[in-house]
Structures are given as C-alpha cells and as structure tokens.
Write a protein that binds this ligand. Structure first.
Ligand code: ATP
Ligand code: MG
Length: 447
C-alpha cells in the first residue's frame, strides 16, 4: 500500500493552505505522474498550456494512493465542454443530465468534466433540475474547483492531482479519511443520498472494495432511504449491479445490501421469497463467494448466470403460485420465468441477450434433474451454466436425487460431448430423437 494507515501524516503546518484548500506539494506524498496513464497526463498538460486549470481526479487518485491499479482516469477542468471539444481532435460531448467530454488519445478514452457547482441557481432550471424528492435530474451548473469537490460523492473520491507539479489538492480532509480507511459522504448525507440514490450503492461498493468502514453519520440514514433506490433509472441500476455482483466483492456487497434493506428494492422477488428462505440464502451465499473466487482467479463470470442463480428462488416460488392455478408443468415454468423477468427488468434493465440465456438456464433444470438425453443436453450452449446452477441448488440443500454428482461423473466419462457433440452414448440415453439438435427441453412432469 502506497499510503498506509500506519504512515505518520505530515504535520498540517508544513502544507500550503490557500483559499482553495490544502496543497500537498511534490515530495510530501507518494504519487508521481508514473501512477497515471500517459494519455491522461497529456490531456491535463494540453488544457493547462491553453490557460485552463486541469487535474486528475477521483478514483484514479484514490486508487493510486492506496497502491491499487486505477480502472480509469478522470479529468476535471474549468474549461467548459465546448472549449474542451475545440482543443482535441477526437472529442465528443456526451450526456444530458450530466454533460461530459470523452477525449480519445491513442486507444485511451478519457472523461473530461467541467468543475460543477452544487449551488442552487434559481434561474437556471435548464442547467440544474431537482425533483420534489430532491433528486438531481440535471446537473450542469459549472463552478470552481472547490465547488466541484463539494459536489462529489465521497471524500475519498474528491482528491485532485496535478501531474505538472506533482501536487495533490485536498479540500475536504480526504487524505485523513484515506489514511483512516473511512467512507464518508460529502455534505449532509440525507440531502446527498436523495440527490442521487446511486450514492447509497456506491457507499456499499467502495466500502467492500477498499475494506473501509462506513462513517457513522453517513450510515445513519441509509436504511431509512432504501426506498429511494426505486427512483434510479433501470439501465443505470443494471450498470451498478454489474459492479456490485461481478466486481470481485459480491458476497460482502450482498451482506451490506441486506443489512441496509437495499436488496428488497433491487430484487423484491428474491427478498419476498419466504418459501425455503434459508435455502435461498445459502444458494446466494455460495453463488456469490464462488463468483468472487472466479473473479480473483481471473476466470470469466457472466451476468446471465449470476442473475439466473440470484432469481432462481423467485422462479421456484412463482412456479408454485401458478401450480395452484392448475397449469401444465411446461406452461408453468414458462410463466414463472416470464413473470420473474418482466418484473425484474422494470427495476434492473437486464439486457435481452442475458434474459434469454437466463430462461434457458432455468428451463434446462428439469431435464438435468431427470438425467435424460444426456449427450444432447451436454451439447446445449447453456449446459455448463445450467449444470453449475444444479450444483448450487444441491449444495444449498435441495434434494435432486444426486443429479449433480451424476452429471459430474457423466462429464468425466464423456468429455467429448462437451464440444457440442450431440451423439448419444447409448448406455446413458438411448431414447433420443435425432430431429432436434439444440432444443429447449419440454417438461413432462413436475420437475
Ligand atoms: P471506479 O472507476 O474505480 O469504480 P471511481 O471513483 O473512479 O471508481 P467513477 O464512477 O469512475 O468512480 O466516477 C468518477 C468520479 O466521479 C468519482 O470518483 C466521484 O468523484 C465522481 N462521482 C461518480 N459518481 C458520482 C455520484 N453519483 N455523485 C457524485 N459524484 C460522483
Ligand atoms: Mg473511475
């Protein structure tokens, strides 16, 4: 860790304090331009040479201080979007709610943002708009660098780094929070969460990613504000859920999402599932710990499988509901899958390519349990994911007649079938129809 907690902080009087905050000069912190991408430093330099202020900001400064590899490099400047666009050949203004400029340099795309202000401008509704509940639906009022720091989400995300003189600008005592491993929202927590409820999820995500403690005042209103998650547009929530569940800290995130009652709003189906609730919890904890292990081992993880497994208890519950209405098993499974998906995508906009795969994973559960048509099933594009779900179900206590072990042995015996080879090993599955190669299996009984 570059900036360890044990390291003695520099006495404040050694640091330059000016009207715009504390400046930590070269030599008094562990950063150097080497920690940033060359493209981002080049853009900062060009903006500065053109007479503007420009800094690297947010996640890249935070992560570099903590000895982590920054995911991306964001720049903040007092140049407005049009001025930024004019300076660079390959620049595009994007977004309406929050206008930013994407500057492309070689293969890097870097977000350049004009300093924003949080101050209410009564005459600039077209620039900054807030709903009655306090949610910001437009945030394009520009301001000073200090205003910009104050409108950022967390103190640890509000540090500015100038690669030209290797200085850090700290307006909110962010370095202390980094040293003390604290997640603190900037400003009044209730107001800031209401402005943008995604911040509730970001607090959870950064606390698990960095293993930082959530400050008491920040945590205080979080449970109470869980219902504001309903205001987040579904596509934005999908992006955020990918980071929560596929980012390598899914299980820790899940525990906090349950603690603050966020899960009830993200996946109401899952939370409602009182039927066999303990088993559902076991399934989710196994799923998410496995996912984390895969991410840390550099193995691929897929949103379709994760969402299919997370929502499996809901599909089962929904099937039971339809069963009471006397539907056939095949229709019943379809209805359950469609019902769960159509409600879920209103909250989290899971793209169709994933929901189609999720349905296939669910629909393969019955045939996998029956161990029929083994070679064909193994050739199905979703076989692996469906088998993984079957194992998870068994491991979490569902009694499936040893289907998981059976399939594990079968794959060891006939590894060649995995390559979409649909030939049937007669000893295992003699009654296969030759007409359908890839198929969505029909359900004949209550499996
Ligand atoms: P990472 O990219 O590693 O997930 P990050 O902190 O860079 O972390 P981004 O989503 O890339 O996160 O956002 C860049 C910066 O923009 C943040 O560091 C923060 O300063 C600011 N920011 C992002 N989302 C919000 C928000 N909802 N409200 C206020 N500021 C935000
Ligand atoms: Mg970032």
């Amino acid at each position: 860790m570059l900036y360890s907690v044990k390291k003695k902080p520099k006495p404040r009087n050694l640091l330059k304090k000016n009207a715009i905050g504390v400046i930590i000069p070269d030599g008094n912190h562990p950063l150097s331009p080497m920690h940033m991408s060359s493209g981002s430093c080049e853009i900062v330099t060009k903006l500065q040479k053109s007479g503007f202020d420009a800094f690297l900001v947010g996640g890249c400064v935070r992560d570099a201080l903590l000895g982590l590899n920054p995911k991306d490099f964001d720049i903040a400047t007092n140049a407005n979007p049009k001025e930024i666009k004019l300076l660079f050949n390959r620049a595009k203004i994007i977004g309406r709610r929050f206008q930013i400029v994407h500057v492309q340099l070689n293969r890097e795309i870097i977000e350049v943002t004009t300093f924003r202000s949080n101050q209410k401008h009564h005459r600039s509704d077209h620039l900054r708009h807030q709903t009655k509940t306090g949610m910001l639906t437009r945030d394009n009022v520009f301001g000073s660098i200090k205003d910009d720091a104050n409108r950022r989400d967390l103190s640890i995300n509000a540090l500015y780094y100038n690669p030209s003189d290797n200085s850090i600008h700290d307006f909110l005592d962010s370095l202390t929070d980094i040293k003390k491993n604290i997640i603190r929202i900037v400003g009044d927590p209730t107001v800031r969460f209401k402005e943008d409820p995604v911040r509730l999820l970001r607090v959870v995500r950064f606390s698990t990613k960095l293993n930082f403690k959530i400050d008491k005042k920040t945590a205080e209103p979080m449970h109470r504000l869980a219902n504001t998650l309903q205001q987040i547009p579904a596509p934005r929530l999908f992006e955020e859920c990918l980071k929560l569940f596929l980012g390598g800290h899914a299980y820790a995130n899940y525990k906090l999402l349950v603690k603050y009652n966020f899960m009830s709003y993200l996946m109401p189906f899952f939370a409602e599932s009182k039927v066999e609730a303990d088993r559902a919890k076991r399934l989710v904890s196994k799923l998410l710990t496995n996912t984390d292990q895969r991410v840390h081992a550099g193995k691929p993880v897929t949103p379709a499988f994760t969402f299919a497994a997370l929502l499996w208890p809901a599909v089962q519950k929904e099937s039971l509901k339809h069963m009471r209405n006397g539907k056939t098993v095949q229709i019943l499974k379809m209805l359950a899958a469609d019902g769960v998906i159509s409600k879920q995508i209103q909250i989290i906009a899971i793209p169709r390519r994933y929901t189609t795969a999720m349905k296939e994973i669910w629909q393969l559960q019955g045939p996998l349990q029956k161990k029929e048509r083994a070679a064909r099933l193994m050739g199905h594009p979703r076989f692996r994911a469906a088998y993984d779900l079957l194992l998870l179900r068994e491991e979490s206590g569902e009694s499936l007649g040893g289907a998981g072990i059976w399939w594990t042995k079968y794959q060891e015996q006939y590894p060649q079938n995995r390559l979409n080879n649909c030939k049937t090993p007669k000893a295992i599955s003699p009654n296969i129809s030759r007409r359908r190669r890839y198929f969505l299996p029909k359900f004949k009984d209550g499996s």
